[in-house]
Ligand binder design. Sequence first.
Ligand code: ARG
Length: 710
Amino acid sequence: MSSTVHTSTIDQLKAAPMRILMCAPHHYEVDYVINPWMEGNIHRSSRDRALEQWTQLYQVLQKYAQVDLVEPQPGWPDMVFTANAGLILGDTVVLSRFFHPERRGEEQYFHKWFADQGYTVHLLPNSLPFEGAGDALMDRAGGWLWAGYGFRSELDSHPYLAEWLDVEVLSLRLVDRRFYHLDTCFCPLTDGYLLYYPPAFDTYSNRLIELRVPPEKRIAISEADAVNFACNTVNIDRIVVMNKVSEGLNQVLADRGFTVVETPLTEFLKAGGAAKCLTLKVIEPHRESPQLSTIQTKIIHLEGHLLDSGLVNRVLDTIVTGGGSFQVVSFNLGNQRQDTSLAEVKVSAPDAAVMAEIMAQLIDLGAIDAAETVPASLAPVTQTGVAADDFYATTIYPTEVLVGNQWVKVQDQRMDGAIAVTQTSAGIIARCKLLRDLQIGESVVTGSEGIRTKRKIPTLKKNTEEFSFMGAGVSSERRVELVVEKIAWDLRQIRDRGGKVVVTAGPVVIHTGGSKHLNQLIREGYVQALLGGNAIAVHDIEQSLMGTSLGVDMQRGVSVHGGHRHHLKAINTIRRCGSIAQAVEQGVLTSGVMYECVKNHVPFSLAGSIRDDGPLPDTKMDLIAAQADYARLIAGADLILMLSSMLHSIGVGNMTPAGVKMVCIDINPAVVTKLSDRGSIESIGVVTDVGLFLSLLVQQLNKLTGQYQR
Ligand code: ARG
C-alpha cells in the first residue's frame, strides 16, 4: 500500500485490520418514501439483484477489511444501511435517533449489537434526531469530525457528539434534498483529501470547508457524478469503492494516487443509498484533540399575534435560512381572539458569527433574548455626521437598549437611523437619529447585543379598534369597496375625536379627477396635513387656473392647443404672487386642493426634486429641510393616507414609527407591496385608480354622515 501515513495512531490502527459492519439485504425493499430517491420506487427494487449487488460489495470489501454482519430484521427494510446505525469513535458509540418513524425500529437492534461488542453506547435525548455515520464523518487528516444537519440530523445533536466523543465538530448545513445525508455528498479521503459536491451545502459551510481543506486537497465533483453517488464511497487507504465513476473523476482520483473500484449498487440507489451507506466503519482512530464545539445556543421569547401576523413563520425561516436550527420550547396560544401568544424558541447556530447574524435579524423581528444581560455596545461619534462601522440600523418598531443595567426606551423611533446615546443630568437618553445628525459627544449603539424591539404595538388611543381586518393584504379591485368602508369609518372616528390624518399625494390625484373629492375631505376636516412634491401643487393650480392638467382638458379629456405651456404659466402666476397662500389672499387662486389647504388652515409641505419645473416658491429644494418639515408634520399622526406617490409615500414610510396606520393607494402594485412590507396590522394597500378610490371614499363618508344625522 502506497499511502503516506501522518500519525502514529493511524499507524497503530492500520496494523489492526479495518473492520466494517454490514447487514445482508434479506428484508431489503423500498417500502415507503423518506427521501427523494425513493419517490416512484416503492416495491420497484429486485431483491435478487439487490442481493447480488450487495454480495459483490461484500466480497470487494473483504479483500481490504474484516467485515462483520448484523442480523437483518423483518419489517426494517432500510437496516441494510448500517452507516445509519450510529457513530463510532474509539470504543464509544453515539446511537442514532432516526428522524423518520419508518426507521426508528432499527435503533434497538443496532443498540444490542454495539452493546454486545462492548462499546460504550450514548443515547441522545428523544427529541433530537441524529443519523449516525450517515451524517458524521471523521476527517482523515485533521482529526476533527464533519457533521451534517438540515434534513435528518439536528444541529443541536452536534454538541453531544463533541462531548461524548471528545472531538472537534465542524457543522455543515445540507441544502439539497437529494443529498439529505452528509455521506451522500461528502467523503473525506486518506491524506486529507476531500471528495465532495459543493452545491449540496450552504455558503457558510462551503466557506468552512475551504478554510479547513486546502485547494489541492479538495476534489469537487460534478452533478452527474454526485447523482451516481460518487461521494458515497468506502475509502480504505488508497482504495475507493463506489457505485459508478465518470472517466474524468476516475482520472482525477488516479492522479492523486487513488484506485477506484466500481461495483454497481443501482438497486440500493432506489432507496437513496450506495456503497458507503451500506457500511459502518467500526474501528475509527480516536486521536487526542481538545474537545471543541463552536455551536452556540440561545433562548428567545416572542410575543404578539404570532400566528395571525405570520411572525412565527418568519422567525423560524430566518433562523433556518441564516444557517441555524431551532426547537420550539413552548408555545402558548392566547385563549381568545384578541389575546396574544407567547413562544419560547431555542436557536442554535454552528458558531458565534452565524449566531450574531441570526440574532440581529431576530431582534428586528421583535424576538427577545431571554438571557440578555449583555449591555449594548456603544461607540463614540468621532466625526460629525458619521457613525462607527457596525452601528445598529433602526427599524420602525419600539426599541429599548440595555445601557449599564438599565433598559432605556429609544425616542423618536424611525427606520434607518442610528441610536445615539447621551448621558445627561436627567439620566441616559437614547434617540433615533439620522447619520447626518450625529454629533461628537454622542455614542451610537453597535452590534445587536443589548437591544430589544417590540412587534406588539400598543394601540395608540383606547377607543381605536384594531386595524387588522384585512391584515397587511394588498386588496384586489373586488375588495376595494370593503376597504373603503373601513377607511371611511376610521377617518370619521379620527376626526370626531380630534385626531390627526396626514395625506401624501402625487399629481395622479389631479389627473385622475380626484381633486374635487380631496377638496371635500379637506373642507370637512378629514385632513390635518398635506405632503407632496412640486408637481401635485403645480397641476392642481394649473387645473384651477386653466381647467387643464398637464395641458389636458379635465372636462373633455383632450389636449388643449398650446396646453403644454399651461403648467409653466401656473408656476409663473404663483411666483408673481409670492406664494400659494398669497395667491389665495390676492384672489388669484380660488379653487383646488392647495386653495382648500390655505382656506382651511391645513399645513402643507412640498418637497422638491431634480425634475421640478419652476419650482413654486413654496417648494423646498433643500431636501434636508424638506425631510425635517415632513417629519414635523407627521409627528403624532394617527393615520397616513398615501395617494399615488411612490416617492413621497416611501419617504414618509421611512420616517414613521410603527403604530401609525397607513393606507396606501396606488395603481402600481409594487408601491403598495413595498409599503405593506411594514407588515401586520398597521398597513393596508389598495391597488386601484386613485380617482376612483377617492370618489368611493367620499361617497362612503357621505353615507356615514347620513346615518349619523338620521
Ligand atoms: N432509505 C434510507 C433513508 O432514507 C437510505 C439511507 C442511506 N444511508 C446513508 N447513510 N446515506 O434513510
